[in-house]
Design a protein around this ligand. Structure first.
Ligand code: URA
Length: 242
């Protein structure tokens, strides 16, 4: 996967001439219609630069990851359907607006996905959040389901599935299968993700093609230990323990 060069872009405000703008590696493009990559803005690339740096201390890793997570949640909400909602303002005039059509809930893939719960709560007050524990066998890369606890009425909700790293895609696909077994149709699942591998995106959109994916970045590939490269190492370790 290292053979195809990742795209590079000059970044910075338009009042700066291109010759004075730095060049940065940006996300690979994706052509699956259900995969949405966040706009590769200078701000997003600066935030990703902070969390990819192996010398970034844990407190900063948490702070900058949280900012990207907030961007993912805000963008993810734009992928939920809305209905007409007209309100009357204090001056007695109507405003034709919208409101969200359905109920939502979050589901985090433990442990790394739990880092995304507070970003979801910041945007969706008192949102219900379920959990799925899937562990990857480090040698084979095969995922195994250990635990799940989900809202009882989950089949009637839109589900925001949370996992910051999409590597082989094994855990994410298994999590979607768990949700489908509870009666949630693929079309009502939105997968929020910080960094994906091209292999993970391909597997995910092959196996569960109707799930919408919102990701901040599609990276170069996977190494022999199934880490994303260049990636950021083990997200759960850097956010919760190291
Ligand atoms: N999970 C991580 O935390 N990092 C990777 O690179 C891949 C999976």
């Amino acid at each position: 996967t290292d053979r195809v060069a990742s795209p590079a872009l000059t970044l910075g405000p338009s009042y700066r001439p291109s010759s004075e703008k730095p060049t940065a590696t940006v996300s690979r493009p994706v052509n699956s219609p259900n995969v949405h990559v966040l706009p590769q803005t200078p701000q997003l690339i600066a935030l990703l630069t902070m969390i990819r740096d192996k010398n970034t201390p844990r407190a900063d890793f948490i702070f900058y990851s949280n900012r990207i997570i907030r961007l993912l949640v805000e963008e993810g909400l734009n992928h939920l359907p809305v209905v007409n909602h007209t309100v009357t303002s204090p001056v007695g005039k109507d405003y034709a607006g919208v409101s969200f059509e359905g109920k939502i809930c979050g589901v985090s893939i433990m442990r790394a996905g739990e880092s995304m719960e507070s970003g979801l709560r910041e945007c969706c007050r008192s949102v219900r959040i379920g959990k799925i524990l899937i562990q990857r066998n480090e040698e084979t890369g095969q995922p195994k389901l250990f635990y799940d606890k989900l809202p009882p009425d989950i089949k009637d909700r839109w589900v925001l599935l949370l996992d910051p790293m999409l590597a082989t895609g094994g855990s994410a696909v298994m999590a979607v299968e768990v949700l489908k077994n509870r009666g949630v149709p693929e079309e009502r699942i939105l997968f929020l993700n910080l960094i994906a591998s091209p292999e993970g995106i391909q597997k995910f959109s092959e196996k569960v093609p109707k799930v919408r994916v919102v990701t901040a970045f599609v990276d170069q590939g996977l190494d022999e230990r199934f880490y994303i490269v260049p990636g950021l190492g083990d997200f759960g370790d850097r956010y919760f323990t190291v």
